[in-house]
Ligand binder design. Structure first.
Ligand code: ADP
Length: 640
């Protein structure tokens, strides 16, 4: 029996009745929502309906319990109280389930806690039904009073609700870092409003407000993170994430494939070029030598295509790095002219050099990449010029310890049409295809050149008149190490040497002992041929195991070790040899020989303990340089 008039009871319920209207609107909106049948979708719908019915039941039971005009059996008032408690437990319980759904797949609650929560939700209505039966039948409970026993009030009126609220707060605060900003702010305010409503109810028992907070929270959730648009956006973002991951994986596979392909192609080219080098060195028949030179050219072209593809994939993957050190500009110019002189001679082209004699010679930058970009421009000029000349001009503008190195490569070749100039630096793009059909090329060279120059902080420009010739000018800032000028090197290098290709022994070392380890016997043969003139004594091992045994029996001056071998690779063999007890070769210099030329390979092998690194195909010249670098001075007889 109530203690308030009907109007007073209704006044008391104004807030909850308004909240009920909001709940009703949401209940209408829910079926219109995009159904994605996700956990979150289901738990939000359940929560909305639970809050609506919870609020409705609480309003009805409150009215029954408090309005004085309603005369009702105390047992039913008791039942109304139990129902409102149950509604509160369900609302807080489903609120926690909804919060859990934010972290589904990312963090699941502990199974024991999950079971306990579900058990409370299942056991509460059963327990209340039993309570009501006992009350109605007068078993242990007084059927004449409507007021609930204190333990019933504490347990069903407060304890379970508080438990669920506390659980939600702890679960939410422990995993908030998994949420995005928008979900975090919405969920935080949702929790604050729900808990706030319940606290307000405790502070002001005379007005019914505990559902107001929860209802506002639901509206916030609905417009914050549960609208169809937001869900679609989230779904799209998730799909994008999955697509990104699979693209990353595909890219990773591509890199591995390229690395493998490069390795597989380099290995046979090593044999082809190595054997061919022997033909060039030993043949007395000029016709045969000419054929062999053609083989060499094609082999080198093939290699440069592989190198371009590898470089390009490195740039694409963001793994290309500029590694700077000090170098001599004169050496760079010397190497460049040497590399291009023969090609120019073969086509009957003049190679002109214009070097500013006052430029500093000692610079600091990435010598290898600098050479690569200028060589690419020079080879293009030779490739796309039939008559006339190719010229290389190098000058510099020094300021504040920096030299703005300006390198121009000009030719009197086919030139480039104005409309093609913009496309020049695009990957895989070849311009003027009509004229260039017979000239080999991948359309990657200038794209790589452009990227490398940009990475070095420089720029490239092109001037060209179609049918007359082209000039590519690059400007790259390099640090100056000393002011010593480069001097007059033009005469020396422009002459070049047509005989640069003729093999000349640099040294001999008949007392030197070298071990070469490779599972491909053809590679060993090439290695032995390439060093034949140096007269060094060469032992061969066909596997890592054999190398370990041989190195335990004899002291070598240098060990050349292949990397990829079956059963045990080069690095493992190196470690075994290094840690041999009383080993004869624990500190012998070891050079890694590998067809693995991907970025970082050199650093990796040096880190693993090798003293140096040679890529296959092994060039005779480089091999001799490498050998003499590690041989004891007393064993080397120099030729010059
Ligand atoms: P490619 O492997 O085809 O030489 P590049 O990226 O080095 O690829 O060059 C792209 C295109 O630019 C070439 O196909 C050619 O048409 C044009 N090109 C480059 N250098 C010159 C040049 N010196 N003279 C005329 N055309 C050139």
């Amino acid at each position: 029996m109530g203690d308030l008039s009907v109007m007073e009871t209704l006044h008391r319920m104004y807030f909850s009745l308004t909240a009920l209207m909001f709940n009703g609107v949401l209940c209408i909106m829910i079926p219109i929502m995009d159904k994605d049948n996700s956990n979150r979708n289901r738990s939000f719908s359940t929560l909305v309906f639970t809050v609506f019915f919870g609020n409705l039941l609480t309003c009805i039971t409150s009215f029954i319990r408090h309005a004085d005009s309603i005369v009702i059996d105390p047992r039913y008032v008791y039942l109304a109280y139990l129902i409102s408690c149950l509604a509160n437990i369900y609302v807080t319980g489903f609120f926690s389930v909804y919060m859990e759904s934010y972290f589904v797949d990312k963090h699941e609650p502990h199974p024991i806690v999950k079971t306990l929560n579900r058990a409370i939700l299942i056991a509460s209505p059963i327990a209340m039904a039993i309570l009501f039966i006992c009350k109605a039948a007068g078993i242990g409970l007084d059927p004449t009073t409507a007021a609930a026993e204190p333990w019933v009030r504490y347990l069903f009126g407060y304890a379970f609700e508080l438990y669920f609220l506390l659980y939600t707060l702890i679960f939410f605060s422990r995993h908030t870092f998994l949420l995005n900003k928008r979900a975090f702010i919405t969920a935080l305010w949702g929790v604050v409003l729900t808990v706030g409503g319940i606290i307000l109810q405790l502070l002001f028992p005379m007005i019914l407000v505990n559902y107001v907070g929860a209802s506002l929270a639901l509206l916030l959730f609905y417009f914050g993170v549960e609208t169809t648009d937001y869900r679609k956006l989230n779904k799209t973002l998730e799909e994008l994430e999955v697509a990104r991951e699979s693209a990353d994986r595909a890219n990773q596979f591509k890199s591995e494939f390229l690395a493998n392909m490069s390795h597989e192609i380099r290995t046979p080219i090593n044999a082809v070029l190595g054997m061919n080098e022997m033909i060039i060195r030993e043949s007395k028949d000029p016709q045969i030598t000419e054929y062999a030179k053609d083989v060499e050219n094609s082999g080198k072209n093939l290699l440069s295509i592989i190198n371009d593809i590898l470089d390009f994939s490195k740039i694409e993957a963001g793994r290309m790095e500029i590694s700077e050190s000090s170098y001599k500009l004169s050496q760079v110019i010397h190497d460049l002219t040497n590399l291009v002189k023969n090609r120019a001679d073969e086509k009957g082209l003049e190679l002109d050099l214009f070097i500013d004699e006052t430029m500093p010679n000692d610079l600091y930058g990435d010598e290898v990449r600098l050479k690569q970009v200028v060589l690419n421009l020079l080879t293009n000029s030779v490739k796309y010029t039939e008559h006339g000349s190719v010229s290389l001009s190098v000058e510099g503008d020094a300021h504040d310890g920096i030299l703005d190195l300006k390198i121009a490569v000009s030719d009197t070749g086919i030139g480039i049409r104005d409309e093609d100039k913009d496309k020049l630096f695009d990957q895989f793009t070849r311009v003027d295809v009509q004229h260039n059909r017979t000239i080999e090329g991948t359309g990657l060279g200038l794209a790589i050149t452009h990227k490398l120059i940009t990475m070095m902080g420089g720029s490239i420009e092109v001037e060209s008149s179609y049918g007359v010739g082209s000039t590519f000018t690059i400007t790259i800032p390099q640090k100056i190490m000393s002011d010593e000028p480069i001097g007059n090197i033009t005469d020396r290098y422009a002459r070049g040497s047509g005989a640069a290709d003729m093999y000349r022994r640099k040294f001999s070392a008949p007392d030197a002992e070298v071990l070469v380890v490779d599972d491909t016997s053809m590679n060993i043969m090439v290695f032995k041929y390439l060093l034949k003139e140096t007269e060094v004594k060469i032992d061969c091992a066909n596997s890592a195991r054999e190398a370990i045994i041989m190195s335990s029996q004899k002291k070598y001056d240098v060990i050349f070790m292949d990397q990829r071998m079956p059963h045990m690779d080069g690095t493992q063999a190196l470690n075994e040899i290094r840690k041999q007890k009383d080993g004869k070769n624990t500190d012998t210099p070891m050079v890694c020989m590998t067809a693995d030329a991907v970025e970082g390979a050199r650093e990796r092998y040096l880190n693993e303990g090798f003293d140096d690194y040679l890529t296959k195909p092994v060039e005779g010249d480089l091999l001799e340089d490498m050998l003499v670098k590690y041989l004891p001075r007393r064993k080397v007889i120099s030729e010059s």
